[in-house]
Design a protein around this ligand. Structure first.
Ligand SMILES: [Zn+2]
Length: 523
């Protein structure tokens, strides 16, 4: 609201010391009024043109800061005093309390009903203790009430404290938002209900009412507290029960775990016992076998040369010592036999012939030396010569294709038996070998899987190569209806040449050579 000194809504009549609106007094300087703020004469302006509302003004150039506010203040007090009524706002005591169950309670109690009340004994601007309220009234049903009228100056903390101290109910009427400074507008603000501009500053009954409200909740709150405690107790009981159950489950798991551990330990013990038992049996069998072998070797060793020859021929199923096994070596005469070929055939027959079928794919040089010494009497002086002879002979077998020299003075066996080796030699010795001369070995003499695998392994630099040969071999039973040469050519599509396929099939024992001149295949 503007507070310009040259526009005052009400002026104070010098005649009766009451405030008037501009229209209620004579126009102009003869209005007989002064400014309520500065008490200087003012001019009444009725402004019939309608451009401005009627107002009072100071003399031109006079600056007054308090005229407007004081005029409004006085006008409001004068209205209240004259009418002897005032609109009181409703006063409700209320509290908001959360109980222990989390519910909110908002009980309320009406201390004052809103509305117009008759006033008697209206006292203006009279000091009361340390304060000077704008009005002190006795209102119907309320007793003494202090009334403050505020335009720009509202009740401050200090004054409010004094009011509380005195214990008298107090109202504040806020006119700061009163747009039209006329008696008509002030009447609306002061006497219409409900009054939006008037509020209770203080009421001595409020604290007691709030106490009563709090008291009224006592039973409800304590019931809620009991419920909350009961709920907490029951929660604690449930928690405790759950802890007990969990402990029981934990114990059960522990028992199961230990039982399982014990079972596994038993199983492991049983397994170890079984392994030990198998090893004992195997060791025993090997010991017996070794003993038997040594016994046979000793019997063989004691025999004269001719009996040795017969034993070897019998073992190989031949009538003559196979001449293709002969090789020129150092120390050939170290074995106490006239015929060099005899010990050579014995070595081949004992260490190479049919060994792949037993899974023996290797010959160690030292083993061969010892093996021979168990079967032929070699004088101490000839030990070195005998060793040279054996080394040379193993080398010769390797050169001829029965063995392949490997690391650590050992040899891989690459022919299944004497017949396979014989076939291999014949093929190697033929200037123009005709693969058509190869024929299937009779089915009943076919190599075992062990034999086919051991030869493949001996021939191959690595297991995957051996695996390819073995795969070829394991499919051979399907091919027996075809001529071998067809199978060798077919096999070469899988890997290698037809010669290399033939080479493996001969070494493993699937193919052999037809007798000279015989037609190998009838087409
Ligand atoms: Zn003034």
């Amino acid at each position: 609201m503007h507070v310009l000194g040259d526009s005052i809504p009400f002026a104070l009549s010098e005649a009766d010391k009451r405030v008037y609106e501009p229209r209620a007094v004579p126009l102009g300087k003869n209005c007989g009024c002064v400014c309520p703020g500065c008490r200087q004469p003012v001019i009444a302006k009725h402004c019939m043109s309608g451009k401005r509302a009627p107002h009072f003004a100071h003399a031109a150039g006079y600056d007054c800061a308090s005229g407007f506010e004081t005029a409004l203040h006085l006008a409001a007090k004068q209205l209240i005093e004259t009418r002897g009524v005032l609109a009181f706002p409703e006063l409700i005591a209320s509290i908001k309390v959360w109980d222990d169950m989390g519910h909110v309670h908002e009980p309320a109690l009406q201390l004052v009903t809103g509305g117009l009340r008759r006033l008697c004994n209206v006292v203006l601007e009279k000091s009361l203790g340390q304060i000077r309220p704008d009005l002190r009234v006795d209102a119907d049903g309320l007793g003494t009430v202090l009334v403050e009228v505020a335009v720009t100056h509202f009740v401050d903390d200090r004054k409010l404290k004094q009011i509380r101290h005195m214990g008298i109910p107090a109202l504040e009427i806020d006119l700061s938002m009163c747009r039209d400074a006329t008696f008509a507008a002030l009447e609306v603000a002061l006497f219409d209900k409900p009054s939006g501009t008037t509020k209770w500053l203080y009421h001595p009954g409020l604290a007691e009412a709030e106490c009563r409200l709090r008291e009224s909740l006592r039973d409800v709150l304590s019931a809620a507290t009991e419920s909350a405690e009961a709920r907490a107790r029951s929660r604690a009981e449930i928690d405790a029960a759950e802890r007990i159950e969990e402990a029981a489950r934990q114990a059960e798991r522990e028992v199961r775990r230990r039982t399982e551990e014990a079972r596994q330990a038993d199983t492991e013990a049983a397994r170890l016992k079984e392994v030990a038992e198998r090893k004992r049996i195997t060791d025993e069998a090997q010991r017996i076998q070794r003993y038997e072998d040594l016994k046979k070797a000793a019997v063989f060793k004691a025999r004269p040369e001719e009996r040795k020859r017969q034993a070897v021929l019998s073992r190989l199923g031949r009538s003559q010592l196979p001449a293709f096994l002969a090789a020129k070596v150092r120390g050939a005469m170290s074995f106490g036999v006239e015929e060099t070929l005899l010990w050579q055939v014995t070595l081949f027959g004992g260490l190479v012939h049919q060994q792949p079928a037993k899974g023996n794919g290797w010959i160690g040089r030292n083993y061969a030396r010892a093996w021979m010494r168990y079967r032929f009497p070699v004088p101490q002086a000839l030990h070195k010569d005998a060793n040279d002879a054996i080394d040379d002979y193993l080398m010769a077998l390797a050169v001829n294709g029965a063995l392949i020299a490997c690391r650590n003075n050992s040899y891989a066996i690459t022919v299944a038996d004497l017949t396979c080796f014989e076939t291999l030699i014949a093929i190697r010795n033929s200037r123009n070998f005709d693969p058509g001369r190869l024929q299937w070995t009779p089915k009943e003499e076919w190599p075992t899987e062990q034999q086919a695998w051991t030869v493949a392994e001996g021939m191959s630099p690595n297991l995957s190569a051996a695996g390819r040969w073995f795969k070829l071999a394991s499919e051979m039973h399907r091919n027996i209806g075809f001529p071998p040469i067809v199978i060798c050519e077919w096999g070469s599509q899988v890997g290698g040449t037809k010669e290399s396929v033939a080479n493996y099939l001969v070494r493993a024992g699937y193919l052999r050579l037809a007798p000279n001149g015989a037609a190998a295949v009838t087409r």
